[in-house]
Ligand binder design. Sequence first.
Ligand code: CTP
Ligand code: CA
Length: 211
Amino acid sequence: MKILITAGPTREPLDPVRYLTNRSSGKMGYALAQAACAEGHEVTLISGPVSLPVLEGVQRISVETARQMFEAVQREIVGKDVAIFSAAVADYRPALIADQKIKKTGETLTLILEKTEDILGSARSVFGFTGYLVGFAAETEKLLTHAQEKMRRKGCDLLIANDVSQPGIGFDSGENEVTLCLPDAAPFSLPRQAKTALARELIAFISQQAV
Ligand code: CTP
Ligand code: CA
């Protein structure tokens, strides 16, 4: 199958020397890309800035901002059988990017942020994607309620939810523990394990569901 994967954080510039970002390491998305490639799938990986090596056999497209990731996905999702959105896309970006370095003047500094494009949320409605759609959800409370609501709102066939309030899993960690939500079946959890092992399990599940 032809699989598109988004991974890593995005980086939203504030001025020529500063940006807003988050703690995503990209490890989950890269592990999924590696596992999918090892299973013989054709993988396109759209990656935010991470410090992970290039994966042999995977076509990697590097982007920085949410808008660049949106544009790359819009272009690359055409003709894909499966799309997996594991990137931690910034929800807001500075409304204005200063041309020059912002000087330290007042005692406080107020930033005005504007919403970024919801890339996963655009897959069905804007890009017209009809393949198997997989989202992630990072939650710190009411995991199942929030995850199931996101799955429906974004038109996912599968939503992989992780509780990022638990230490040692999820963001910036080598391990993860996830709950799988499906539109027409009861949710179920996969035990805490290395992201590489989890990725193999997830790719096996996705390739069986997506046929
Ligand atoms: N996502 C995306 N584009 C965005 C924000 C999120 O593609 N601008 C995708 C993520 O890659 C993930 C899913 O949407 O697959 C859910 O991300 P999450 O941050 O958990 O949800 P949000 O919809 O952003 O809601 P919130 O952060 O308020 O919980
Ligand atoms: Ca978000």
